[in-house]
Every structure is written in C-alpha cells, then in structure tokens.
Design a protein around this ligand. Sequence first.
Ligand code: ADP
Length: 308
Amino acid sequence: MIEARGLTKRYGDRVAVDDISFTVRPGAVTGFLGPNGAGKSTTMRMILGLARPSAGTVTIDGRRFVDGPSPLTQAGALLDAKGVHPGRSAYHHLAALAATHGIPKRRILEVIDLTGLSAVADRRVGGFSLGMGQRLGIAAALLGDPQVLILDEPVNGLDPEGVRWVRTLARHYAGEGRTVFLSSHLMSEVALTADHVIVIGRGRILADASVAELVGDPKEATRVRTTRPADLAALLGRDGVSISSEAPGVLEITGADAATIAAEAASAGIVLLELTPLASTLEDAYLALTRDEVEYRSDARMAEEATR
Ligand code: ADP
C-alpha cells in the first residue's frame, strides 16, 4: 500500500506537486493519469525517495521507502528505462542489482525469461531498442519479487504483444494481492488494465475513483445512421434535442433516447440503419477533467503567439 499525505514538491517558486493525499491499495491496479507536467514523475520519485518532499509524507507499507532494509523486495520500480550503463549486458545489469540484495542467480534467469529477454541477455544494453530497454527495466523492477510495483509509462515503445504482456503482468500481480501503480498517457490502455484511477493536473488531484465510476456517466448521445438524415433531424428538431452530423447519413443525437428516436422514426416511415447509444469512455472522462489543467494548450499557445 502506498499512502501520500499532504505531499508537496516545490522547485523554486514553482509548485510541481501541490498538497496531494491519496492511497494506492493492494490487490488492484491503480492508473496514474495526467497531462505532461502534471506532476506524475515527481510524485513517483518522491514515493521512491529520489526527490525530497517540500512538505507532507509518503510511505510504502507504512514506512518511507529509503528507511526499508531491503528496497528491491519492498517495491520494484521502472522510472527511466534508460538509466542503465550502456556497456553492460542485460544479464550483468540485473546481476549487479541482485548482488546488492543477495538475490540468487536463479531469480535473475527467471526474470530474464519472464520478460522475454533470454535471446538478448548477453548483449550490450547500449544497443537495445526502446522496447527491449522497457523490458529490462521491468525485469529489474520484478527482481526482488516485490509487494509493490511502481511503473512510469511501462508500455512506452512496446509492440502490441508487449503492451498486452504488461497488461497481463500488472493484472497478475494485482491478482496476487500486490500493489500495482502505473502511469500512462494511453487512456485506452489504462481503461483495460486499471481498476482504479488517480488523475492529476497541475500538481493537484482531479479524480481518485474506480474506472467504473469515472466512465459510469452515460454520454446520453445516440448515433443514428439513416437514408433520410434531414427528415429525421426535422422530425426530432425541438427544444432540448441537439443534433450534429459527423459524416453523411450519420447523426449524433442528444436529448432523446434511442427508444424515442426509434419510435418517432418508425411512425414517420424513416428507415434506421444503425441506432447506437454511445457510452462515454475513460478518455472522455479524462479530457473533461483535464480540460483546464493542461500546462501548455496548443490553441492557447497559438493565440499567445498570434498576439505577439
Ligand atoms: P509529469 O511526469 O506529469 O509529466 P513532472 O512531475 O515531470 O510531470 O513535472 C511536474 C512539474 O515540475 C513540471 O512543471 C516540471 O517542469 C517541474 N519539474 C520537474 N522536475 C523538476 C526539476 N528537477 N526542477 C525544476 N522543475 C521541475
């Protein structure tokens, strides 16, 4: 379990993490989402004792990470997959880490196998692709068989098979009752992998909820395909109903539910080719939450440049 209370990090007069409190529970995958510059990496670095909080505390299973006698078995982390000596082989990188904790060779070979690195274990890490580097970073995180896994953008650079593998791994570890905390900017990936999501923007928590709660609000829109879009739009055109068209013959209707649309279309003899209630996605929920929190909005920046 990871517990942050009043956690704050200031760099000069810039507040990177602003008095946040949250709990990451065992037995679940918790996703950590937010725009660039929101404070995700800074928070993860504070959890691991790589950055010192300006105020507040953060503990892993009740104590500060740096106070633990055996950090690799307490928490495994992937923060920056490039933080590896390029001249070392994957095997020797893991062996050096293992030596600090008396972890046996058997376990090194196990994580090499588990992360699909067997064929390249003797190659210099400097020649690794981004995806292979990520796998090595995950191998290092798993080495101590930790109860807590902290992964910063773990699927970065992985191919679809690798992405699925990370998802299965995260779910497997959570299923064993461990704590899995992973950041990602890939909303669809987090929706598939995480049970719970913490969304952060400009250093503050915007949402701390289950994925089901966040995407629970139906969008209340229905996509309709018909051969007579103009007639259907005229039929339904009344106060409270809004109709937009994204493609020829396709309408997105809010303010009238699917049953009402079907009944009115039938009574007017309008044939419907498709009638789909649209569910809101985690991406919709995320974009709604972070709309005002993005550090640099492309449109805002363009407007600023235009007025210079
Ligand atoms: P994220 O991981 O969500 O993209 P970060 O935690 O990297 O966000 O950054 C949060 C804010 O803190 C940003 O405004 C960033 O510029 C600032 N920041 C991060 N690290 C430092 C540092 N070492 N010195 C100064 N500012 C920093």
